[in-house]
Design a protein around this ligand. Structure first.
Ligand SMILES: [Zn+2]
Length: 161
């Protein structure tokens, strides 16, 4: 699996629900976890590998890899926090993003089992970041306009170099 970057318009499209969690999906999930490890990231969503399906995987240090298929965000905390984010699809760019501190999510795992999860801290942040990918939204979209323009200028400069 190849991780696609910012100029790829697949990152701007909405992913489709998974209809059947079968052995093909299980294989896809395994490959996504491999790609996540290879990229040394903490989260990876389908569109980032050109797969327009509502799947993302998360693996943070000290935890097991977590699989989210057809996730829905049930609720978010009113309280927000600002924290630095990066993205495997926007290499080398880091910026502070404001997001809810906690999230409640429902999804299916690769075994087809539905689960509910309440997360806060770094896990909540990654869930929200990856969920955005399924909607065609990138973390740079959540920056203030001047900040986003600075980031885009930086990316453009790098592409020219
Ligand atoms: Zn990302």
């Amino acid at each position: 699996m190849e991780i696609v970057t910012l100029e790829n318009e697949l990152l701007r499209q909405k992913a489709e629900p998974v209809k059947d969690i079968n052995s093909d999906i299980q294989k896809t999930v395994e490959e996504m976890i491999e790609a996540l490890h290879e990229g040394k990231g903490v989260g990876l969503a389908g569109p980032q590998v050109g797969l327009m399906k509502r799947i993302f995987v998360i693996h943070i240090e000290g935890d097991v890899p977590r699989v989210f298929i057809n996730p829905s965000i049930i609720g978010t905390s009113q309280e927000t926090v600002k924290f630095e984010e990066g993205c495997l699809s926007i290499p080398g760019i880091w910026a502070d993003v404001v997001r809810p501190r906690a999230v409640q999510v429902q999804a299916w795992n690769e075994k087809g089992r539905r689960f509910n999860m309440e997360a806060d801290g770094i896990l909540a942040r990654i869930i929200l970041h990856e969920y955005d990918h399924l909607e065609g939204v990138l973390f740079i979209d959540r920056l203030s306009v001047p900040k986003r323009n600075r980031v885009l200028a930086k990316i453009e400069k790098r592409q020219k170099a």
